[in-house]
Write a protein of this length. Structure first.
Length: 171
């Protein structure tokens, strides 16, 4: 059995240095072929870091994937997730996206009150919302003042781009 320390889950054809590429489709960047919608082929508490770049929005059952990520990660492992914000045009442009996520979507994985169905086991240690263009500056300002107000009122006027979440496992 190999000892993998860092995984690039759903890597597609994007190799990340020092990470083992895992995807359900075999291509040049893939080291291990695995379906992310099923049990991951790694030992419990064996992984130090997970990178998911524009993959989580494709997974039918995000809570099952996050349970699996928590299972294979060591306590204190870092999990980085990049995904389009639900108000981004790229979130809706790709017909293979089955989820459209919010600045607050990962909060559910740190709440004990919903851990019975999410699996819990994570702490959100960083979250960032990216904006582009001149109009993005207005969105960035509104978001800085109140992320909740921005998402409930302004996000489809001053459109964001990418969400970045950095989570830490807690067991």
């Amino acid at each position: 059995m190999h000892s993998y320390k860092k995984l690039n889950l759903g890597c597609g054809n994007k190799r990340k240095e020092d990470f083992t590429g895992v995807d359900c489709f075999q291509c040049d960047a893939v080291d291990i072929t695995a379906d992310l919608a099923k049990e991951l082929p790694f030992e419990e508490s064996s992984i130090d870091e997970v990178w998911m770049d524009n993959v989580i929005e494709h997974i039918p059952d995000i809570t099952s994937l996050m349970r699996e990520v928590n299972r294979i990660c060591k306590n204190g492992a870092i999990v980085t997730i990049l995904t389009p914000h639900f108000a981004s045009g790229s979130s809706w442009r790709d017909p293979t996206h089955v989820h459209h996520l919010s600045y607050f979507s990962m909060d559910h994985f740190e709440k004990d009150s919903v851990a019975h169905y999410t699996g819990g086991g994570f702490e959100v240690i960083e979250r960032r919302l990216s904006f582009g263009g001149i109009m993005g500056n207005i969105g960035r300002l509104i978001h800085k003042i109140s992320p909740k107000k921005y998402e409930s009122t302004w996000c489809f006027i001053f459109r964001p781009s990418t969400l970045k979440f950095v989570l830490k496992t807690k067991k």
